[in-house]
Design a protein around this ligand. Structure first.
Ligand SMILES: Nc1ncnc2c1ncn2[C@@H]1O[C@H](COP(=O)(O)OP(=O)(O)OP(=O)(O)O)[C@@H](O)[C@H]1O
Ligand SMILES: [Mg+2]
Length: 588
């Protein structure tokens, strides 16, 4: 019996469309890329209900004449390449001639366009596969595409769309990315009546980052650049000792195209090993220019992945750019508090009896006494790999027999004696652990004390944070934060948990929103509490009175896991007496 038959044309087209158009953000991406390819200087994106009801992208680019406008919905129709050889050197964002065909196949679409020749523009209305009308219109030069009721004719697909506010998050993130890639272009994203992104054209990447992420982020970034032959990498990346607790701010562009790339990511991580504290990730905005033949962009329908011919070259460029930037950055940051202070302090490990420190395995040459080396758990020190909380003085022992605080080192570490051993305790990580467990208990009992503010401070949010807020308003409320929208991206902080100072509460809120995106709900609550603990904890570099240190150490060993902070960083390094004895050439 004959079982195989050709699919009807329209079914085949819907299947193909699904490869390009997955959700509202894919439509926005394709339309914005078309606008950029058309040389637009001003791109305005409007959504209703997270794009499910309407996605409208308006540009002032080259536009199309009547003939092209009629052709642009045909599959494999493009003005961007024409021969096979062209695939070897793609300079535009689009080239497959598929996007408009795919979007039109699964929505009700209206295109308005004018290329400035003749005296009339063109309006084309379509509904799924059907052409509804072609009309003469008066229209300024440029193109506007309206996409309504995405997947109206594919109910199975439409069911998979999330709530409007959840679909908005990825769109805001994409527009942020596109805006970073083209600082000279004006971008605006409007959801309903609220403008979530508004970026007038600027001259530099740094100004664009400022527009999108604010001053604090810009202050933590250094310029990076490296060149090799015709390839060049440049951009901005975290200063040494800066960075953040997550990987959410890492943007890569290859020949102007935003990409997700394993090689670039791996190179970035490697470049920052030892420059940032353990558990911190760099912020990065990296632009690679490379001859078109050196990179294949035709890997995936969404064009977000690329393949490099010479991956080693790419790796080297990232390592060099960051490495050189960091060595410049370090001299500036030397005065900064935190682990860096240890590095900048007296020349530990260079000469004299301290040189023996290398015997203590701080690092291969004793140089590791700075930041990373101090954190790294080395057996027999405490760390995630070592014995765990059980190695610590029993928590049920009376406090007086617990560790005895000897003093503070580098304004960052508490040095204590526990029996025969020496403990070096990271004051920030320790406090974070203590607060985390307290906060978790408060949260479990739903006992957050709330403080209402008569004159609520107004916070200005980055677009993705604003989207995160919409999505997490309920959770934040339970954690004691009541926030009210003030229009635009301004929000008033009406109430906050009465365990913080007002100024802290603001910073904490911003930290929470940073943290919010893209995690499963169970994980999110825990992470948020960890963030609250982190932001409220004493910082590295803060001098502490002895009583405070004693209290902190006592509380630390009452927690369930004194060896790790809630983000997984080690809290304590334990140095056993025999190791010290041996280092000093004394027989125990
Ligand atoms: N905003 C726009 N302004 C001017 N011309 C446009 C615009 N959008 C689309 N076009 C024209 O329509 C053609 C088809 O667009 P479409 O997005 O379907 O394909 P593409 O951009 O060539 O390739 P891809 O499928 O990779 O995006 C484009 O090649 C371009 O000539
Ligand atoms: Mg396109």
């Amino acid at each position: 019996m004959k079982k195989i038959h050709l699919l009807p044309e329209d079914v085949a087209r819907k299947i193909a469309a699904g490869e390009v158009v997955e959700r509202p953000v894919s439509v926005v991406k394709e339309l914005v890329e078309n606008a950029l390819d058309a040389g637009a200087a001003d791109i305005r994106i409007e959504l209703a209900d997270g794009g499910k009801r309407l996605i409208k992208v308006q540009d002032d680019g080259a536009g199309m004449d009547r003939e092209d406008a009629a052709l642009c919905f045909r599959r494999h129709s493009t003005s961007k390449i024409s021969r096979e050889e062209d695939l070897e050197k793609i300079a535009t964002l689009g080239f497959r001639g598929e996007a408009l065909a795919s979007i039109a196949a699964v929505s009700r679409l209206t295109l308005r366009t004018f290329d400035g020749t003749g005296d009339r523009g063109t309006m084309i209305e379509r509904e799924g596969e059907r052409l509804v009308a072609v009309t003469d219109i008066a229209f300024p030069r440029g193109t506007t595409v309206e996409v309504r009721d995405l997947f109206f004719n594919l109910p199975a697909r439409r069911k998979f769309l999330r709530s409007g506010s959840s679909e908005l998050g990825p769109v805001a993130k994409y527009v942020t990315q596109a805006a970073l890639g083209a600082p000279g272009v004006r971008f605006s994203l409007v959801h309903g009546t609220r403008e979530t992104i508004a970026c007038p054209p600027v001259a530099t990447l740094r100004e664009r980052v400022f527009q999108l992420f604010g001053k604090k982020m810009v202050d933590g970034l250094m310029d990076v650049a490296a060149e090799e032959g015709p390839a060049r990498l440049e951009g901005l990346a975290s200063l040494p000792l800066a960075g953040r607790g997550d990987k959410s701010v890492q943007y890569f562009f290859v020949n102007g195209r935003p990409v997700k790339d394993r090689i670039l990511l791996a190179a970035l991580n490697q470049a920052y090993a030892g420059i940032l504290e353990r558990g911190r990730s760099p912020e990065a905005f990296l632009f690679l220019r490379i001859p078109y033949e050196e990179v294949d962009v035709n890997v995936h329908p969404a064009k977000a992945e690329v393949r490099f011919k010479e991956t080693q070259l790419v790796f080297r460029l990232v390592l060099r750019a960051v490495g050189e930037g960091a060595s410049r950055g370090r001299t500036i940051k030397e005065v900064a508090p935190g682990p860096g202070q240890a590095a900048a302090g007296p020349k530990v490990g260079e000469s004299g009896p301290f040189y023996q420190a290398s015997a203590l395995k701080f690092g291969p040459d004793g140089a590791g006494v700075s930041g990373e080396g101090f954190h790294r758990p080395v057996s027999p020190f405490m760390g995630p790999a070592a014995g765990g909380a059980g190695d610590f003085p029993r928590t049920d022992a009376p406090a007086s027999s617990g560790p005895v605080v000897l003093g503070q080192y580098a304004n960052t570490y508490i040095v204590a004696a526990a029996g025969d051993d020496l403990l070096v305790i990271d004051q920030h990580n320790a406090h974070e652990r203590v607060l985390f467990e307290k906060f978790r208990e408060i949260d479990r009992l739903k006992l957050w004390p709330r403080k209402a503010l008569l004159i609520p401070p107004v916070v200005e949010l980055a677009p993705s944070a604003a989207a995160g807020l919409d999505e997490n308003a309920g959770l934040l409320e339970e954690l004691g934060f009541r926030i009210e929208a003030m229009g635009g991206r301004s929000y008033a902080l009406k109430e906050y948990p009465d365990v913080f100072k007002e100024e802290e509460a603001r910073t904490i809120l911003l930290g929470l929103l940073d943290e919010a995106g893209g995690r499963p709900a169970e994980d999110r609550r825990e992470r948020m509490i960890a963030t609250m603990a982190c932001k409220a904890a004493v910082k590295a570099g803060e001098p502490l009175a002895r009583e405070k240190m004693a209290y902190l150490v006592e509380e630390l060993f009452k927690t369930s896991q004194p060896a790790l902070c809630p983000h997984g960083r080690p809290v304590v390094v334990r140095i056993e007496k025999p190791v010290i004895d041996k280092g000093l050439g004394r027989k125990a």
